[in-house]
Design a protein around this ligand. Structure first.
Ligand code: ADP
Ligand code: MG
Length: 313
């Protein structure tokens, strides 16, 4: 195994939708099973990289919201509390799966891991608070949409609930994450985009929102000085004319062309657009490589053999 200080830093952002696949109910065994695919690859990658894992929580946080709406008997919790819950539940699932994989691959002793409850500062005056854009929870059957007591939007997966999703401004635990990485920990952090907080004097207060995990991951990647940023989701990469008979996945996409396609509406808000924005922000912040790929092809993407590499224009 190589010496720790020289290993480049790899950030893998795992999609919440990759933990609950299309057509699945999202049982705990399904989620653990789905996780084995990315985590076994990430375990192998820890031999050559210092690794940070972030994860989404769209399906899971929406499920928690629905669960608490099923009863009047316990007080309802605001979204930031539910985001914290998903950091716990998904952090635990990732940590225990990775732990077993590192053990199986015989590298557990040299790769300690930790999952960190993480806050992300957002702008409290963001227009995002009045225009919800982030899809969460399960797909809602079309006939139930008119009676939904919350905002709903048609996404590529069907109708889904949407919530406010303000821009991430700063990662509160940045220096802790840096120190853990320097000590060679595999760090799981910024789950579900981070617990959204605003500054109140010298402390923080949670706000009712869900930050996009791709944008939070880009912020983290820039602040920590990550070398490679991999966004792993449930499609092989970025396509143009996605979902049509002309659909074509791209091996490379330069920033200028990405903006052009975005202006044509090729990348929907709340799903592919934030991944593109995240990749671009990372490169503009000095990052070397940003790749959007499937959870099945993380190692291949790191080796530049899969996914869509976003490159400077
Ligand atoms: P995640 O949980 O990984 O963040 P999202 O649902 O937010 O997943 O984003 C991935 C989804 O983006 C894909 O499942 C796909 O349906 C959708 N998508 C929309 N436009 C495109 C595009 N141009 N290329 C690829 N995927 C796209
Ligand atoms: Mg997403």
């Amino acid at each position: 195994m190589k010496d720790s200080p020289v290993r480049p830093v790899l950030l893998v952002a795992l999609g919440g939708n990759a933990l609950i696949r299309k057509g699945q109910q999202g049982t705990i065994s399904e989620q653990f099973e789905n996780l084995r695919v990315p985590i076994s690859q990430i375990a192998r990658l820890t031999r050559d990289y210092r690794v940070i894992i972030t994860h989404g929580n769209g399906p899971q946080v929406g499920n928690l919201l629905l669960q608490q709406e099923c009863t009047e008997e316990v007080p309802r919790m605001p979204l930031e509390i539910l985001v914290a819950q998903t950091q716990g539940q998904i952090g635990y699932m990732i940590e225990s799966t990775l732990d077993s994989e590192l053990m199986r691959q015989g590298i557990a002793a040299s790769r300690p891991l930790v999952s960190l409850i993480s806050y992300v500062v957002v702008d409290e005056h963001s227009p995002a608070f009045t225009t919800p854009t982030k899809p969460i929870g399960p797909v809602i059957p079309e006939d139930r949409v008119p009676s939904c007591p919350y905002p709903v939007r048609l996404t590529e997966k069907g109708f889904r609930r949407v919530v406010a999703s303000p821009e991430p401004v700063a990662i509160v635990e940045k220096s802790e994450i840096l120190r853990l990485i320097e000590m060679d920990f595999v760090v799981i952090c910024c789950g579900g985009g981070g617990i959204p907080v605003v500054r109140e004097g010298r402390s923080f207060a949670g706000v009712d929102a869900v930050i996009d995990k791709d944008l939070a991951s880009a912020r983290l990647a820039c602040e920590v000085g990550v070398d490679i940023f991999v966004i792993a989701t449930d499609v092989p990469g970025v396509a143009i004319d996605y979902g049509t008979e002309h659909q074509r996945f791209l091996a490379r996409l330069d920033v200028n062309r990405a903006w052009l396609y975005a202006a044509q509406g090729q990348f929907p808000e709340g799903s592919m657009l934030p991944k593109i924005q995240a990749a671009i922000r990372f490169l503009e912040g000095g990052g070397k490589r940003a790749v959007i790929t499937s959870v099945e092809a993380i190692e291949e993407a790191v080796a530049a053999r899969a996914g869509t590499e976003v490159i400077r224009g």
